[in-house]
Design a protein around this ligand. Structure first.
Ligand code: F0G
Length: 486
């Protein structure tokens, strides 16, 4: 049955999403008093990546590696066949992946960026371009480190924060044709489509668009690559939004998509709810070129840096990722959080996508210029008012231009991720309430400046400070309104 799970409460007719799972094991949470939160964010250099988990109440940094596994996945851990070479677990996982994606070869890797490392090393030569709907941070870093450059060809509509377009992750096909023609195929390392386009708010790509991209790749002899890390949310949107797919099985949509690309890779930290990754292809030459790098950088070909226990759980997680009743859960709760925030006027990405709710920091903090990292400041402020850890997805997450100047992000977002099956509706209501208070008090939030700026992936461990100590005034205002309440 493919019914989306909502119920309407009797008093207000409110449409409420239903969790179709229950907790079997729990982890205790703590909410520190606001003074301690203020000290914690200061000690973390106003970077939510540097907060200690013990200081965090709701960890909405990411879904990566922190999705809740199912009971069936836990049961599978015990079946794992632990051996360096030839593990039975590998062959079970390989069979599952081959059924799911229809590709001949599977190369395991320890996570998504390890796949990107291998792909970039195999395919990118200095000076070449990689064309994609939109970049992901680690993808771009691997390509530029090898002297390649990234060209993003999202449609103009995809970059609008608020829109009613169903597939904002689609590539602009006309721009793609002219770019391929202008560059020439020898200057294009590969063309990449990212499912559930992460940095523009978890926005899906339509099968129609993927088919058109695939045709252009084939016609020009260019390698096509599909990043399936966020495939499960994307599959939900295809099934519920794309004409002609209402009655197609999720497994059939998956195979159709995979058939359009020479290479499919994924982070199993997202797809499959474990920790690992993998590359799939049916191309003999690509397989041979990549497998040598797998053994060098990841591990022997039957584990590739993953623990066999996680591989066994991945085989189960992949089966579950093809079940509509499982994959609908994240998008319906992302939509619930987005709707709740919008009731209070908080600007967010629309339509609500997958992965998490994305707050528009540019509009939230119109008084802070991009050079002072509004999304970084907002992520720090959200932690301060609720112990809620989100992630900056704006200029801080960008790389500087070659000349050292700042590369201002197209969108300044704070992502509040909803790892699969982890949070409840009361958590969502709490987040919306605290962010709504922050929105009313947004004039108190100021900008950030770097104290220590790493040269690669600076958002991970860069340290910043609050300009004019705005965080102190924000904490004072919070205490005036909330008193002894946390
Ligand atoms: N591709 C996409 C679309 C991703 O979202 C990620 C990771 C990766 C590749 C890299 O995979 O983390 O296993 O190395 N996204 C995480 C996030 C980090 O928080 O959105 P990885």
């Amino acid at each position: 049955m493919n019914e989306v799970k909502f119920f309407f409460n009797q008093t207000g007719g409110e449409r409420i999403p239903l969790e179709m799972h229950k907790a079997k094991m729990v982890q205790r949470l703590h909410l520190l008093p606001v003074d301690e939160r203020q000290a914690a964010i200061e000690n973390a250099g106003f970077n939510t990546f540097l907060l200690k988990n013990r200081d965090v109440f709701l960890d909405m940094l990411t879904d990566s590696g922190v999705n809740a596994m199912s009971d069936e996945q836990y049961a599978a851990l015990l079946r794992a066949d632990d051996s360096y070479a030839g593990s039975e677990t590998f062959y079970r996982l390989e069979a599952e992946l081959s059924k799911m994606f229809g590709k001949k070869y599977f190369l395991p890797a320890h996570q998504g960026r390890a796949c990107e490392h291998i792909l970039a090393k195999t395919l990118v030569k200095p000076g070449q371009a990689v064309i994609m709907n939109f970049h992901f941070t680690t993808t771009k870093a691997h390509i530029t480190l090898l002297g390649g450059k990234v060209i993003e060809l999202l449609t103009d509509e995809g970059l609008k924060v608020e829109s009613d377009i169903a597939f904002k992750g689609d590539m602009d096909i006309e721009k793609l044709k002219s770019t391929v023609q202008a560059l020439g195929k020898e200057n294009i390392a590969f063309i990449r489509v990212e499912a559930g386009t992460n940095l523009i708010g978890g926005q899906p790509v339509s099968v129609k668009n993927m088919r058109e991209v695939s045709q252009i790749c084939k016609a020009n002899g260019i390698t096509s690559v599909f990043d399936a890390s966020l495939l499960s949310d994307n599959l939900y949107f295809i099934k519920t939004r794309e004409q002609g797919y209402e009655n197609t099985e999720i497994s059939d949509i998956t195979r159709e998509i995979a058939s359009l690309f020479d290479i499919v890779y994924f982070s199993a930290r997202k797809l499959g709810c474990v920790r690992g990754g993998g590359i799939l292809t049916s191309n003999d030459e690509l397989h041979i070129a990549m497998r040598e790098l797998v053994t060098l950088y990841e591990g022997f070909l039957t584990y590739g840096g993953m623990s066999v226990k996680e591989m066994e759980a991945l085989a189960v997680g992949l089966r579950e990722a093809l079940d509509f009743n499982v994959i609908e859960q994240t998008p319906i709760f992302v939509e619930a959080l987005t709707n709740e925030l919008r009731k209070f006027g908080v600007p967010t990405v629309l339509p609500a996508g997958g992965l998490g709710c994305h707050i528009d920091a540019k509009r939230f903090l119109e008084h802070i210029p991009q050079s002072e990292y509004p999304a970084g400041a907002l992520a720090a402020a959200i932690y301060l008012v609720g112990g809620i850890r989100g992630m900056e997805r704006g200029t801080l997450s960008e790389q500087r231009n070659d000349d050292g100047s700042e590369h201002f992000a197209e969108m300044e977002l704070v992502r509040l991720a909803l790892p699969k099956r982890v949070f409840t509706l009361s958590h969502i209501k709490f987040v919306a309430d605290r962010v709504a208070w922050l929105y009313r008090n947004r004039h108190l939030i100021g900008g950030l400046e770097f104290v220590d700026e790493p040269s690669i992936l600076r958002f991970f461990f860069g340290r910043l400070r609050a300009k004019n100590d705005w965080h102190i005034r924000l904490a004072e205002a919070f205490k005036r309104d909330f008193g002894e309440s946390l």
